[in-house]
Write a protein that binds this ligand. Structure first.
Ligand code: 15L
Length: 273
């Protein structure tokens, strides 16, 4: 079979950057984002506009829909990027006959489960933020489009993608770039997926998740956050808010606004607003 054409939305973000690198040569990639990127396979698109979503999803075999607001923040931003944007992409895929979508939901869809609980892919969501709610929206919309229109979804409740775990909480939810690439590739390629939820974590000793559904689909993570345990715990700051400390979602359980690593760089205007 010829190489699949795969659209990655949100391609300038953290996860998109890792996946574009890991997938080079494996798929014919079309990268999109509302922010610019210097790459010849890049198409600029703002998925909060249906016309852009229709244009960018045309003629691809599968979509990895990363585009959106990636942390807790103002409702208006989350509404446009994650609720309207997700609807536009799924609906545009349906109209364009694109059947397969990998959606990065988040550990924050279930962040109000406690750290002393182990949860599997069947638990009822307990979002820890408006952002978490927007991810639950994406999961529900995917379920509808699978059941009603026969589209196919792998929902990956991602922990945190980074070359190494950043802190104690991430020792439980970390996923390495090569492991997320393997899991997303299963979502793109594995025949027979209708609608599945998995956790996007490496084989972490301290995992809060029973990720047997991912293993059933063939996921064989290569990494374990425990490799980094000493250096992570040495750098760990003293425990902060007790509610954050008690729950899987951490700071998302208490913060109203978390600095967005993917925010567009504001140009200096000379005077303060
Ligand atoms: C997420 O869902 C965010 O997209 C990411 O930026 C991290 O904050 C991650 O969760 C996390 O929980 O560490």
């Amino acid at each position: 079979m010829s190489m699949k054409t795969v659209l990655i939305t949100g391609a300038t973000g953290d996860v998109g950057t890792h996946l574009a690198r890991e997938f080079a040569g494996k798929y014919r990639l079309r990268l999109s984002d509302k922010r610019p990127l210097k790459a010849k396979n890049f198409v600029r698109a703002d998925i909060s506009k249906m016309a852009d979503a229709l244009r960018v999803t045309k003629g691809v075999d599968a979509i990895v829909h990363l585009g959106g607001y990636s942390v807790e923040g103002p409702w208006e931003g989350i509404l446009q990027a994650n609720i309207i944007g997700c609807y536009n992409v799924f609906e545009a895929a349906r109209r364009n006959g694109v059947k397969r979508i990998v959606f990065p939901t988040s550990n924050h869809a279930t962040g109000f489960y406690r750290r002393d609980e182990t949860i599997d892919h069947k638990v009822y969501p307990r979002p820890d933020s408006r952002y978490g709610v927007s991810k639950v929206f994406g999961e529900a919309l995917g379920r509808l489009y699978a059941d009603k229109y026969g589209m196919e979804f792998l929902m990956v409740r991602i922990g945190n993608v980074h070359p190494f775990p950043l802190d104690k909480r991430r020792l439980s939810i970390w996923i390495s770039p090569r492991d997320i690439a393997q899991l997303v590739a299963i979502g793109i390629d594995k025949p027979g997926i209708k609608f599945e939820i998995v956790y996007g974590i490496s084989r972490n000793k301290r995992a809060w998740y029973d990720n047997s559904n991912a293993y059933r689909l063939g996921y064989q993570p290569q990494d374990d956050a425990e490799t980094y345990v000493d250096e992570v715990l040495k750098k760990e700051k003293p425990a902060g808010d007790p509610i954050a400390e008690m729950h899987q979602g951490g700071i998302f359980c208490v913060a109203e606004d978390i600095p967005n690593p993917a925010a567009p760089v504001k140009k200096a205007k000379g005077k303060k607003k």
